[in-house]
Design a protein around this ligand. Structure first.
Ligand code: ATP
Ligand code: MG
Ligand code: MG
Length: 533
């Protein structure tokens, strides 16, 4: 309601859409099926859904498929799945390509009205003319000439047609350069993934978007701020075709440091096999961040916490991972993993005669997470790094068991090999300096591969004129061999856990063919990890 705006960071968008009437708002999310959904698209989709719900209106999911050179069924299907995963279903799903005939008819009408002309000026020269406010020599072609060129030559992609594009005749000297006779139709011989070879000419985004928005009854078109200069052009198109007005509402694009969001650039990494695929955990795609351990709830909470800010932002990944941590921390089961390099054998002189197992809670503060089996034994294993903190004679705490007196540490060179110790369960764990994780040295331990990642590029922000290929991070994937408690063997792909004193992990691949289970580190938004990621 008017006047309801609040200051500060609220977990809701304290904002209205201009001229919005309850029950009548129609928004649309128009992905081009030219790549997988990324975190920026997720923001746009969530915002559109948010406003449709807020006003009890409708959300249209529209595949903006007007460029067959970039689009594929694979992308369309993945976008549909990812939206479903995000809990975003439109009231209807539409396709720009369903309007090809209608848009063609509008283009013909524009020519008849003297508002569009065919131009065969070479691309470079057209760019120069546009920059310098020079009229194209083709601007004064007659309506008849343009009609023939468009409906015969361009439409059939004749040799002459292929040299031409169709341009709106607006104002070649306009201060707003988007009004300098933008291209509205191009020829393209690539078959379209939905319409096949029925068309050889395709409308540009600038022509298609206002027409389809208007025809589909969109009341509020949300666009990212870089399109602001194009708003005048969008309105011009609607006027020229006597179409119903649409409100435009600008919002800020999200960007993340050391992250590329352009589908073309992401495709480059896929093509060069520098990532496994579009769901690579280093990718900012919805699938990539999910594989890295982002939850749907975390992602939504993050977008909502960002609100409808109009500032172009280059966000730190820590922000989104911190939001995610709040979601996973109360429910992630706790387990134990030890770095497998130079494991230290501990013998407890007064330890249990035989190994035995006890049920323990998987999460100390949340019984609902369930129970796990903890194996107790006289022969244990410690991580080299933990063992190195201990001294002969010291009383230390072995986590979730009790205190232990360290009697004798045996080394070979600098490497600790084994420790003789005695259990001292009467000891007070609040008085010990060192608390270490351990595992019983039995055949039940499970081999795991702990994987961490760095960003694909080394620079926070690639500036105009810079090439991202000059800023590739040489090494972005880091493996640590470890052993974990036996419970881990029952986990399923996608499970999120915490390894005590290490951090959060998501099981990416269960153990198979003798290969260890693969766990990906989930950033927790706090620590800058050792790779700077
Ligand atoms: P490309 O990366 O190929 O330039 P695009 O990012 O424009 O494509 P679209 O599929 O056209 O991708 O985008 C669908 C919607 O998502 C658009 O409404 C667009 O404004 C929005 N969008 C795209 N990138 C971002 C981003 N980084 N932040 C917020 N919204 C975005
Ligand atoms: Mg786009
Ligand atoms: Mg773009």
């Amino acid at each position: 309601a008017a006047g309801g705006k609040k200051e500060g960071h609220k977990a809701s968008f304290d904002i209205e859409l201009k001229g919005a009437k309850d029950g009548e708002v129609v928004t649309r999310f128009p992905p081009e099926p030219s790549g997988y959904l990324h975190i920026g698209h997720a923001k746009a989709a969530i915002l559109n859904k948010y406003f449709a719900d807020m006003y009890h209106g409708k959300l249209i999911i529209r595949f903006d498929d007007t460029n067959p050179s970039k689009e594929k069924v694979e992308f369309q299907e993945s976008i549909t799945e990812d939206l479903k995963l995000l809990g975003i279903t439109g009231d209807v799903t539409t396709f720009s390509s369903d309007y090809f005939q209608i848009m063609y008819d509008y283009a013909v009408q524009m020519i008849k009205d003297g508002k569009a002309y065919c131009d065969d000026t070479a691309v470079e020269q057209m760019r120069d003319e546009r920059m310098n406010g020079i009229a194209s020599p083709r601007r004064e072609r007659t309506v008849e000439e343009n009609l023939k060129l468009f409906t015969e030559d361009m439409k059939n992609a004749t040799e002459e047609g292929l040299k031409n594009c169709l341009r709106a005749k607006i104002d070649y000297q306009a201060l707003n350069k988007t009004l300098r006779d933008p291209v509205i139709y191009r020829t393209n011989l690539t078959p379209h993934h939905r319409t096949g070879t029925a068309w050889k000419i395709y409308p540009t985004y600038d022509f298609c978007c206002p027409i389809v928005d208007s025809l589909e009854g969109v009341t509020h078109a949300l666009r990212t701020i870089e399109y602001r200069d194009r708003n005048a052009q969008y309105d011009w198109m609607l006027n020229a075709m006597k179409l119903r007005k649409v409100h435009i509402w600008d919002f800020a694009r999200v960007n993340f440091v050391r992250t590329l969001l352009s589908k073309r650039k992401l495709q480059w990494f896929v093509d060069k096999e520098m990532v496994s695929n579009w769901d690579d955990p280093r990718f900012p795609t919805v699938r990539g961040v999910r594989r890295r351990g982002m939850t749907v709830e975390g992602l939504k909470n993050f977008v909502v916490s960002q609100g409808p800010s109009k500032n172009i932002i280059n966000l730190d990944w820590n922000l989104i991972w911190a939001v995610n941590k709040k979601v996973i921390d109360p429910i992630a089961p706790r387990h134990t993993a030890l770095n497998a390099k130079n494991l230290v054998k501990v013998h407890l002189a007064n330890g249990p005669e035989k190994p035995y197992s006890e049920k323990k809670p998987k999460h100390k503060k949340n019984a609902e997470v369930g129970e796990k089996d903890v194996i107790f034994a006289a022969d244990l294993l410690l991580e080299q790094e933990d063992a190195a903190t201990l001294e002969d004679g010291e009383e230390a705490t072995f986590m979730d068991w009790g205190n232990v007196i360290i009697n004798k540490i045996h080394k070979e060179g600098d490497v600790i090999k084994s420790i003789d110790a005695t259990l001292h369960l009467e000891g007070d764990f609040r008085k010990t300096k060192h608390k270490v994780n351990w595992l019983a040295d039995t055949a039940d331990t499970v081999k795991v591969d702990l994987v961490d990642f760095d960003h694909l590029i080394t620079k926070d922000k690639i500036e105009d004129g810079e090439n991202f290929e000059d800023f590739l991070t040489p090494e972005t994937e880091f493996h640590t061999a470890a052993i974990a408690d036996s419970n881990v063997s029952q986990m399923k792909e996608g499970d999120i856990i915490q390894f005590e004193r290490k951090g959060y992990y998501r099981l990416d691949q269960v153990s198979k063919d003798g290969k260890p289970a693969v766990f990906f580190t989930i950033p927790d938004g706090k620590s800058v990890n050792k790779y700077g990621a």
